[in-house]
Design a binder for this molecule. Structure first.
Ligand code: PLP
Length: 387
């Protein structure tokens, strides 16, 4: 990787994003002068508390919900875990329905629940990565507490038909959670119109820092996750509020709303330019996932006969940051569980690379990336032992 970070072309925004300068600015007062605990009655506490309320309002505006429906957490993983735990606890039921293409934040917890005597159904996606709402409905049993389906897949960007899945859950009187960690800032979210009971998000995917997240809990729903007990967040999540990061998340939510049109048009056009450029210049390369029903910033492309990890390392030497599927599985040469579940053949799945853009990417960067990627693939192919 070049020593100068300005030379780096960062195309791994589904793994994490850079903190926006405006977000950093919004956080600084709470890391310096305004260090009071928002629960304290004295002047310093009283000056910190409004930041919590303001961030809740900004996030509610981004999500199209009420501020009181937001619980701040430490990350997307905690939000996911809290939704599942609360649904099982409050309904007293013992089965959940989820998909094979969830993030490990859900899959690991579902497996732990199974080990503890609960039951889980893992639905397969279609070859395009989409989960069929009818299949979801058929998987619901009399003891089903919750359906949890990822809204936008972190590896392929493929979107679930959320409204239809939610409507089927409503019709069957079953709670519906969605892991929407990849969605804020990339697609409009109108929770007042969507039949969703819980929705998870994470600060570091929308230009806020790592270590802060939120869970939407629909008004009137019983919520008792008992993941982190304590009196804060209206007795819904304990621990003194991470006020600086929450203030940052609030500012990031405002910026996400402001930049939504840019993401839908300019970032989408850049992603399409990159994708088309690669598919046209690299023989055998293929797009994974539905070409339309996906996030505007993500392209998951397979390069047959090569290992994604080898491509990643070669691109890294040229200052290009990309990912092979989910960052959490980096270091493993097993093909991605998402692509495998979609039925992508092994030789294509193991050579998959995810490119994920943000509003900080420029046309010049994508042009530079397009000058590098086909050459790298060509040289890696030349280095393959002849068959
Ligand atoms: N869910 C999805 C879809 C993700 O992409 C991620 C992060 O990679 C998470 C959950 C976990 O979020 P966090 O890193 O905030 O725990």
């Amino acid at each position: 990787m070049p020593d100068d970070p300005n030379q780096t072309i960062y195309l791994d925004n589904n793994a994490t994003t850079r903190v926006a300068p405006e977000v950093f600015e919004a956080m600084v007062p709470f890391l310096t002068d305004l260090y009071g605990n928002p629960s304290s009655a004295h002047a310093l506490g009283r000056r910190a508390a409004p930041a919590l309320a303001k961030a809740r309002e900004s996030l509610a505006a981004l999500l199209g919900c009420e501020p009181a429906e937001i619980v701040f957490t430490s990350c997307g993983t905690e939000s996911d875990n809290a939704a599942l735990a609360s649904a099982l606890r409050t309904t007293g039921k013992r089965h959940i329905v989820t998909s094979q293409t969830e993030h490990s934040a859900i899959l690991n917890q579902a497996e732990a629940l199974e080990a503890a005597g609960f039951a889980a159904t893992y639905l397969p996606p279609g070859p395009d990565g989409i989960i069929d709402p009818l299949r979801v409905e058929k998987a619901i049993r009399s003891d089903t507490a919750l359906v949890s389906i990822i809204w936008a897949n972190n590896e392929t960007g493929v979107l679930a038909p959320l409204a239809e899945i939610g409507a089927r859950c409503r019709a069957r009187n079953v709670l519906f959670h969605t892991d929407a960690v990849q969605v804020p800032g990339k697609l409009p979210i109108r929770l007042h119109e969507l039949p969703v009971d819980f929705l998870s998000l994470s600060g570091h995917k929308l230009h806020a820092p790592k270590g802060v997240g939120a869970l939407f809990v629909r008004k009137g729903l019983a919520f008792a996750p008992h993941v982190i007990g304590g009196g804060q967040e209206n007795h819904r999540r304990g621990g003194t509020e991470n006020i600086a990061s929450i203030a940052g998340l609030g500012r990031a939510a405002e910026l996400a709303l402001e930049h939504l049109d840019d993401e839908q048009s300019r970032v989408r056009a850049l992603r399409n330019h990159l994708e088309r450029g690669i598919l046209e210049s690299v023989p055998g390369s293929a797009l994974n996932g539905h070409p339309e029903h996906r996030l505007p910033n993500t392209a998951n492309i397979s390069f047959p006969d090569l290992e994604g990890e080898a491509i990643l390392l070669a691109l890294d030497r040229h200052g290009l940051c990309v990912s092979t599927g989910s960052a959490c599985t980096t270091g493993s040469l097993e093909p991605s569980h998402v692509l495998s579940a979609m039925g992508v053949p092994w030789n294509l799945a193991r050579g998959a690379v995810r490119f994920s853009l943000s509003r900080y990417n420029s046309q010049a960067e994508i042009d530079r990336a397009l000058a590098i990627i086909p050459e790298i693939i060509k040289s890696l192919r030349l280095a393959l032992p002849s068959r």
